[in-house]
Design a protein around this ligand. Structure first.
Ligand SMILES: Cc1cc2nc3c(=O)[nH]c(=O)nc-3n(C[C@H](O)[C@H](O)[C@H](O)COP(=O)(O)OP(=O)(O)OC[C@H]3O[C@@H](n4cnc5c(N)ncnc54)[C@H](O)[C@@H]3O)c2cc1C
Length: 465
């Protein structure tokens, strides 16, 4: 079928953003700031909702997160965006309770002053593992630009026990990843920079651990993180097209032709520029004909899948913790749990809400189990971790996030830089989002905004058109 053509209004700049997750929406918002009220900004989103990995649901009478649950407040982007779109008063912070480590059926404290589970104090290394830090060679641990996996780094410097019992559970909580396949430069960029002038890993951790400012490190939005997506989208005044898959890109003398829409009913959209805020696989597919080097770099990004179970209990005694993480060596399906109603006071304590996370890289088959089986496993193991027989939950739900968490292998940053160099040869195209610049929401917002800046800089001033 010949695609229907949709062209822009003469004299008006048109930018198409592919992907309506937080990256695409934050990019659209920034494009509006930069291009002014007349620009046409289209967000093409394949699914029937905005938000991507951000999804708030009504659960046990409360707005509860079915995907991402918190914003990093220690860096400015997410908080600044929330304030800019009118949600400053809705920002709320966690109770300050700490997560525990579940080891051998007991909940124990993480060492204070760690960075993603890597202790900053050699005494904590000895305490957890009866291990010792490798002696100082006098040489910096990383050369300029050198990269290695978190597994290689921690195993060599602090030993297997610190890696397996502290660092791996932390990284599994964020990336659901394999420590031997996660790049230090990509997942801990500040630590990588410090390792260029430290010969001891604990000293590098001490350098970057900020002294406690008393300010909360995390935040969320009362009413749910999806409010951030909705408010940002409204402020962007973009044309949101749901159910619109971007399937092909072609560069033309005037800009870009984008084939979107369902296969039987395609629509061709022309645009001055295109911003890709989609996961690595669709981004690579779209770029294959335009910039094959960029496509090759992106197609190498693997993804891990996770399943979340949420339970609401009327009567349950939970420890005074925000939740727990557990090492793979404990042999459990559950890798982490959040005691949501203890962690987030704004949720209230009328009912206790617990979110349980299952699935590490390579455990995709887990997602094939039906909801009842996943819920049963999660509940049984939760009871084992807590050392108690749990009451029947009053409500439960399962959310599957297939291929949701990108895995940055060693050399990721260099591959992304090379992809961007290849794209720079084509005017008006940029990539952004969790596939390239960091999985956290704050990092995605920063990435979307930076890509919008780059797109805006590449466009001719409107008066010249
Ligand atoms: C279970 C879970 C918990 C998490 N918890 C946290 C947390 O607490 N804090 C935190 O900071 N981060 C968390 N994260 C990570 C964070 O949520 C994500 O990395 C981030 O939201 C990704 O945003 P994005 O816009 O880059 O990608 P996505 O959210 O994946 O959005 C991409 C969008 O592109 C669309 N799309 C794909 N292909 C096409 C196409 N061809 N055409 C058009 N549209 C397309 C998709 O439908 C999707 O909506 C979590 C992630 C998961 C899965």
């Amino acid at each position: 079928m010949t695609p229907a053509r949709v062209t822009g209004t003469p004299g008006r700049t048109r930018v198409l953003v592919a992907g309506g997750g937080i990256t695409g929406i934050a990019a659209a918002h920034r494009l509006r700031e930069l291009l002014g009220p007349d620009a046409e900004i289209i967000v093409a989103e394949q699914s029937m909702r905005l938000g991507g990995k951000i999804r708030t649901v009504d659960f046990a009478g409360r707005p509860v997160e079915a995907g991402a649950e918190s914003l990093l407040a220690a860096r400015p982007e997410a908080i600044d965006l929330a304030r800019a779109v009118g949600l400053g008063d809705a920002l709320v912070h966690p109770s300050g309770l700490k997560p525990a480590l579940s080891l051998g059926g007991e909940l124990v404290d993480f060492p204070a002053g760690h960075m993603m589970g890597i202790p900053g104090d050699p005494a904590d290394v000895a305490a957890i593992a009866n291990a010792k830090e490798r002696p100082d060679t006098g040489l910096p641990i990383l050369g300029p630009g050198q990269d290695l996996s978190v597994g290689e780094l921690v195993r060599a410097r602090l030993g297997d026990d610190v890696l397996d019992r502290l660092v791996a559970p932390m990284l599994a909580g964020v990336y659901a990843g394999d420590v031997d396949r996660l790049s230090v430069r990509a997942v801990m960029p500040q630590l990588a920079a410090a390792l260029e002038h430290h010969a001891r890993l604990t000293e590098a951790v001490q350098e970057i651990k900020r002294p406690a400012t008393g300010k909360p490190v995390f935040a969320t939005v009362d009413g749910g993180l999806e409010r951030l997506v909705t408010a940002t989208s409204a402020a962007a005044r973009a044309e949101i097209r749901l159910g619109m898959t971007v399937r092909e890109l072609r560069q033309t003398a005037a800009g870009w032709e984008v084939v979107t829409g369902p296969v039987p009913d395609p629509v061709k959209v022309t645009a001055d520029a295109v911003l890709l805020a989609v996961p690595a696989k669709p981004a690579a597919d779209l770029l294959r004909a335009v910039a094959p080097e960029a496509a090759a770099a992106l197609s190498g990004v693997a993804y891990a899948s996770v399943a979340l179970a949420a339970f609401a209990f009327d009567r349950i005694e939970l420890p005074e913790r925000s939740g727990f993480l557990t090492p793979a060596s404990e042999g459990k399906t559950v890798k982490a749990a959040t005691f949501a109603s203890k962690k987030w006071p704004h949720l209230g304590r009328r009912r206790q809400i617990v979110r349980v996370s299952m699935g590490r890289l390579g455990e995709e088959a887990l997602l094939q189990h039906d909801d009842a089986t996943l819920a049963k496993t999660a509940l049984r193991e939760l009871g084992e971790h807590l050392g108690q027989r749990l009451p029947e939950p009053v409500e439960q739900r399962i959310d599957r996030w297939g291929g949701a968490l990108p895995q940055y292998a060693p050399g990721h940053n260099a591959r992304v830089a090379a992809a961007r160099e290849a794209l720079a040869r084509h005017r008006g195209i940029a990539v952004a989002g969790a596939a390239v610049d960091g999985v956290g929401i704050a990092a995605c917002i920063a990435s979307g905004r930076a890509a919008a800046d780059q797109i805006a800089a590449s466009l001719p001033p409107v008066t010249e058109k």
